[in-house]
Design a protein around this ligand. Structure first.
Ligand code: DGL
Length: 265
């Protein structure tokens, strides 16, 4: 069997959201080679139908397969909720969806009430509720869709009055439920943590990327798929539109050195 250890790890998201996951994984696994794809032409995914999301997902997986990835990280909650089950057996590499393993982890914490902020498509799928209740049927879950937050982040408008007003409105609705913790169930939302934490203590919010990165590292290690390079790996970023905007907005989480290349546009 060919040795895949130094083949790249693929990442994808609808845009800069997945960079919150990339940052965590890169920190834990600096010697891996990475290929990131942000589907900025088709975002926001949260407002798309399951049929549209499946088409986007397959195109991106085909693109990453041509790059000889050893694994693909679905750094997108929406596709993890809506597309993962439909394509998980169709590719010859490891696929890591974000929601399922992270929800399993969270469901084992001593929590009674968990809030979830996510996109429309993720909320409509109830993937978080289903996965959290699998291990802990007594846990109460409140899922709230926050359409608009993705564009705020893609446009780098986190610190505007508009962003603050939108976050305030959703937080008021969430706090009525009195959650023990609130999951940021869209990879774009950690960009809003500064604003969110003016309305509740920062520790209330769960950024799934942190636990997800540990889960990925452990699983790759158990399958003997970690890179054996003893130097920092390469990274390539691709987007389907607006590379300059992507590079600028992502910089809140990760400094991308070279301008992302255009692909699938
Ligand atoms: N960042 C993605 C997620 O985690 C998708 C956001 C969007 O494009 O609507 O769900």
């Amino acid at each position: 069997m060919t040795n895949l250890n130094n083949n790249p790890i693929g990442f994808f998201d609808s845009g800069v959201g997945g960079v919150t996951v990339f940052e965590q994984v890169k920190k834990l696994l600096p010697n891996e080679n990475y290929i990131y794809f942000g589907d900025t032409k088709n975002m926001p995914y949260g407002e798309k139908t399951p049929e549209q999301l499946l088409v986007f997902g397959r195109d991106i997986f085909d693109f990453l397969q041509k790059k000889n990835v050893k694994a693909v990280i679905m750094a997108c909650n929406t596709t993890s909720a809506v597309v993962y089950d439909k394509i998980k057996d169709d590719y010859p590499f490891e696929i890591y969806p974000i929601i399922q393993p992270v929800a399993r982890h969270i469901s084992k914490l001593p929590l009674k009430k968990v809030g979830v902020f996510a996109t429309h498509a993720t909320v409509n799928s109830h993937c978080y509720r289903t996965e959290l209740k699998k291990n802990n049927p007594n846990i109460e879950v409140k899922e709230i869709a926050c359409p608009g937050w993705v564009k705020i982040v893609e446009n780098g408008e986190e610190n505007t009055d508009f962003a603050l007003a939108s976050v305030k409105e959703k937080m008021a609705e969430m706090l009525e439920f009195s959650p023990d913790r609130i999951i940021l169930g869209c990879t774009h939302y950690p960009y809003l943590l500064n604003v969110l934490s003016t309305l509740a203590p920062r520790e209330v919010f769960i950024n799934p990327s942190i636990e997800f990165a540990h889960i990925i590292k452990e699983d790759l290690a158990s399958k003997n798929l970690l890179s054996n390079q003893d130097y920092e790996g390469s990274e390539e970023f691709y987007v389907s539109a607006n590379p300059e905007k992507f590079q600028k907005s992502a910089s809140l989480f990760y400094e991308i050195k070279d301008l992302p290349k255009l692909a699938l546009n």
